[in-house]
Write a protein that binds this ligand. Structure first.
Ligand SMILES: Cc1cc2nc3c(=O)[nH]c(=O)nc-3n(C[C@H](O)[C@H](O)[C@H](O)COP(=O)(O)OP(=O)(O)OC[C@H]3O[C@@H](n4cnc5c(N)ncnc54)[C@H](O)[C@@H]3O)c2cc1C
Length: 413
């Protein structure tokens, strides 16, 4: 019998799962309270960060964090009134800032991200969307060699995952890309990466292709899941009930309340991030570049140069803060001194950050309620692979990847 799957959340993760589930023959309804690709998947840096295996919580973070917060040039911000609510999550998060956990997290992220470009191409194959996925380098720009070497631990984790950079130094840097200002004297270049030049548009194109494959899209706010005899039987929305055999929560940073209703406590926070699009920009880099000092990525996109980054803790409700945007703007202009734009567009987004930096991919008990959220910095990169893995699980074709590290109930143990 054909099973009916309702997917909640039409970001990159939900849309990818929807396509793979249709390919496996399931009847699929994708429900979102907004248009597809308007959540975090809209405003990210667009990088298919195949080497993105190193979590923020590296060894030594605890020692360095107070200095980072005091440094007006460091892109870490706290909204102080939110701190009491943040503390339980923050304690758990910082408890992973050690060598053993960092290596374990890196090993667990690798299967989700390392073949990202191939996974995006596989997702788009036969849908006429292959042109959305652009092959490129992914560069990391440093003020000098010492700054690169100071990140040796992180580079060792990337090397463990199979990624070793080519180092470009001195005068060769500006020959490599004229956009870099004179303070950049060392670039670490990773080949075999990629980017999406309009991440929100890409998700909407995938959603359209899903509809053309016979999938259904509904706009509604999901409030709960109906469970009968221990199994999911319907998704309850403000527009009525959607009967189903299985449910997939692909609700990104907004997953916590629904998980709570299902009796599963998830230490999930918003790691707030920002972008500025320099519209119709001239003088930006020709490939995605992580500016190491400012920890923001500059990606040449369809509408202009998008500079995306910043880590701010302050919850989901507060609007954008001024200081992070001012820092991002200042650092972007310093990095690319010849940058011009017709307009500057600002955006605040919410990275879905579980306290152990690993996504939640799996089934809750035997309820036929599945999860695919919590992708933190790597959701665009790992969305298609996640969608493929979870579609296999839902349709009874378990993947040959060990999903234990991503178990949605791991925090209850
Ligand atoms: C500044 C910044 C830069 C980033 N750069 C990169 C990058 O370069 N590369 C990379 O790989 N990742 C990057 N990321 C991370 C990436 O954007 C996210 O991990 C990813 O978009 C998460 O996708 P998602 O599908 O899980 O969530 P989302 O895209 O947020 O989708 C979740 C959807 O669920 C819907 N929803 C939630 N609750 C309900 C409900 N109750 N009822 C109905 N609908 C609901 C929402 O409306 C939303 O559309 C960046 C993030 C930020 C903030």
């Amino acid at each position: 019998m054909t099973q009916h799957v309702v997917i909640i959340g039409a970001g990159i993760v939900g849309v990818s799962a929807a396509i793979w589930l249709r390919r496996a023959g399931a009847e699929v309804t994708l429900v979102d309270r907004s248009e597809p690709g308007r959540g975090t998947s809209h405003g990210n840096g667009g990088v298919l960060a195949a080497a993105g295996v190193a979590p923020v919580t590296g060894p030594g973070l605890l020692r360095k964090a107070p200095g980072m917060l005091r440094d007006p040039e460091f892109p870490l911000f706290l909204r102080w009134p939110y701190v009491p609510r943040l503390l339980p999550w923050l304690r758990r998060y910082l408890s992973h800032a050690n060598d053993a956990d960092t290596r374990r997290i890196s090993r667990s992220l690798a299967p989700i991200v390392a073949d990202s470009v191939a996974q995006h191409k596989a997702l788009c194959a036969d849908l006429g969307l292959e042109d959305w996925v652009r092959d490129s380098d992914y560069c990391f720009a440093y003020t000098n060699r010492a700054a690169f070497e100071a990140e040796a631990y992180t580079w060792a984790r990337r090397k463990d995952a199979g990624f070793t950079p080519e180092i470009i130094e001195g005068g060769a840097v500006q020959e490599f890309d004229l956009a870099y200002g004179p303070q950049i004297t060392c670039v670490a270049r990773l080949a075999d990466h990629g980017f999406i030049a309009d991440p929100g548009g890409y998700v909407r194109a995938l959603a359209k292709a899903f509809e053309a494959m016979g999938g259904t899209i509904r706009q509604a706010d999901v409030q709960d899941v109906e469970i009968t005899g221990g199994r999911a039987t319907a998704v309850l929305t403000d527009q009525g009930s959607l009967p189903c055999d299985s449910v997939l929560l692909a609700t990104g940073v907004w997953s916590k309340p629904l998980m709570q209703k299902l009796g599963v406590n998830v230490p999930l926070e918003s790691e707030r991030g920002y972008h500025i699009v320099f519209k119709a920009a001239q003088g930006g880099p020709s490939r995605p570049t992580m500016m190491a000092a400012g920890k923001f990525v500059a990606t040449p996109m369809t509408e202009g140069l998008r500079c995306a980054g910043i880590v701010e803790f302050g919850g989901l409700k507060a609007g954008a803060s001024k200081a992070p945007l001012a820092l991002l703007r200042r650092q972007a202009k310093a990095a690319f001194p010849h940058l011009t734009a017709t307009e500057e567009i600002e955006w605040l987004g919410h990275r879905p950050a579980p306290s152990d930096s690993l996504p939640l991919i799996g089934q809750i008990g035997t309820s036929r309620i599945y999860t695919a959220f919590g992708h933190h910095h790597i959701g665009l990169t790992g969305g298609p692979k996640t969608g493929r893995l979870i579609a296999g699980l839902i349709t009874g074709q378990p993947p040959n990847t060990d999903l234990t590290p991503y178990h949605p109930q791991r925090f209850d143990r």
